[in-house]
Design a protein around this ligand. Structure first.
Ligand SMILES: Nc1ncnc2c1ncn2[C@@H]1O[C@H](COP(=O)(O)OP(=O)(O)OP(=O)(O)O)[C@@H](O)[C@H]1O
Ligand SMILES: [Mg+2]
Length: 424
């Protein structure tokens, strides 16, 4: 069944590929002067803003429009670094010297305002190394601006799709580390935050990268608090981005943490294949195969897993075939049609930890006793190292079982049973 959303947040699709077009859409006279339009500032949105101001007090800074105009050099075109459904994003520097990204809401309708308030509330309370940090906001008149930590390497989308001629693309380890960072951010939202949060908008453009390619989730305007203990799901108007939306959520509007797992699976597939969640039509023969999930499932069922893998990866230092297959299996598990069959996020993190550990071992070459951690290994070298690790792991499990049997023989009470796969 194809994933498809019934409706999407209005205007929530940006186009980064043509930044100059986007820039020209900006009406400078509009953005420079905070509008104080009494008719549009209805009492309910005023009240909501006040509630948010109280709730976010001491947690994030309230900026004046003038401060942000100064920080971004008057929102000049050369400061613009992107544009999304919310509006343009500018790079700036605060009076404290900190580099920031300033997002300016350009559709000041009720929906945009709601997303703005949810974003401020969520990010005032949620703090984790894999979530982007919100410095503060500005709500003067009709102006709504959000001030984030600046993420110098932009979004994951900028590194895997529509690469420029001078861009080489990411290597395997970097891709898989990015996936783990995003998964850890999700794990915090699903399990560690005081109230569980369903993110709802996981996609490549919402995963931002710092200067060491550490991943941080951004954009919480669509996030929802998870179901309370006696409820299995949150019912909600269906929103999200085409190509990332879980099928059960698209058809029924029932939102669970497993909807996020599905979107995570799509991102993982993008990282593996270098293809977009909704592929360019020239890549495919019919409309349904434009969906990355459909395309990858078809190849996987036909046993052509190798065709799913981004060819650029072989040029970027190689990867272990076994680990790649394991990663692909994990992505497909996250994309299971039956939401209950998808893994929980902690399982995903553990699996990615394992894949990273063994991929890193594959990068270590012992040449005459010298360890070279810079040179990436070829697939064959990595597979040999992985097999050696498997042998060591089996040896360890066997030793544990032998010591358990030894204890039994000597009549001492065992405290644990041996690993089930050693029983026969
Ligand atoms: N904190 C940040 N630091 C650096 N660049 C950023 C930051 N936030 C956003 N950007 C840049 O601005 C672009 C647009 O971001 P934005 O979140 O507004 O839209 P989007 O995620 O691409 O689309 P959508 O509105 O559908 O979520 C991003 O792709 C990224 O390149
Ligand atoms: Mg975004």
């Amino acid at each position: 069944m194809m994933p498809c959303c019934f409706c999407f947040a209005p205007g929530r699709k940006k186009n980064l590929t043509n930044k100059s077009d986007n820039k020209s859409k900006l009406d400078k006279s509009d953005k420079m002067i905070p509008k104080l339009d009494k008719s549009s500032s209805s009492s309910s949105s005023e009240r909501a803003l006040e509630t948010v101001r109280d709730a976010a007090e001491y947690r994030c800074r309230i900026f004046s429009f003038q401060e942000l105009a100064t920080a971004t050099k008057n929102f000049r075109d050369t400061s613009m670094i992107g544009r999304g459904g919310f509006g343009p994003v500018y790079q700036g520097r605060l009076d404290t010297g900190e580099k920031v990204a300033v997002k300016m809401l350009d559709n000041s309708g009720p929906q945009g305002d709601k997303e703005f308030l949810v974003e401020v509330l969520m990010l005032s309370y949620l703090h984790h190394e894999n979530l982007v940090h919100l410095f503060g906001y500005c709500a003067e008149g009709d102006q709504r601006l959000l001030v984030y930590e600046y993420m110098p390497l932009g979004s994951v989308e900028d590194h895997i799709h529509d690469l420029k001629d001078d861009q080489e693309g990411l290597d395997w380890i970097t891709r898989i580390k990015i996936a783990r960072g995003a998964a850890k951010g999700l794990a915090y939202l699903h399990n560690e935050a005081e109230n569980p949060v369903i993110y709802r908008d996981l996609k490549a453009s919402n995963i931002l990268l710092d200067d060491e390619y550490n991943a941080k989730l951004s954009d919480f305007g669509l996030a929802k608090f998870g179901p309370s203990k006696d409820m299995s799901h949150v019912s909600t108007r269906v929103m999200g981005t085409h190509g990332y939306c879980a099928p059960e959520y698209a058809y029924s509007g029932k939102l669970t943490a497993k909807s996020d797992i599905y979107s995570f699976g799509v991102v993982l597939l993008e990282l593996i294949s270098g293809r977009k969640a909704l592929m360019d039509s020239c890549d495919c023969t019919d409309t349904s195969s434009r969906y990355l999930v459909h395309w990858a499932r078809t190849l996987s069922r036909a046993n052509h897993m190798d065709q799913i893998v981004d060819p650029k990866l072989s040029r970027k230092g190689g990867f272990s075939k076994k680990l790649m297959e394991r990663t692909l299996q994990m992505a497909l598990k996250c994309l299971h049609e039956d939401a209950n069959a998808r893994p929980v996020i902690t399982e995903v993190v553990t699996s990615l930890d394992y894949i990273i550990e063994y991929s890193l071992r594959g990068r270590i070459h012992r040449r005459g006793g010298r360890v070279d951690t810079n040179r990436a290994g070829t697939s064959t070298e990595m597979d040999v190292i992985e097999e050696e690790s498997d042998i060591l792991e089996r040896k360890r499990v066997l030793e544990e079982a032998l010591s358990w049997a030894d204890k039994c023989r000597r009549g001492s009470q065992p405290t644990a049973t041996p690993s089930p796969n050693l029983k026969s």
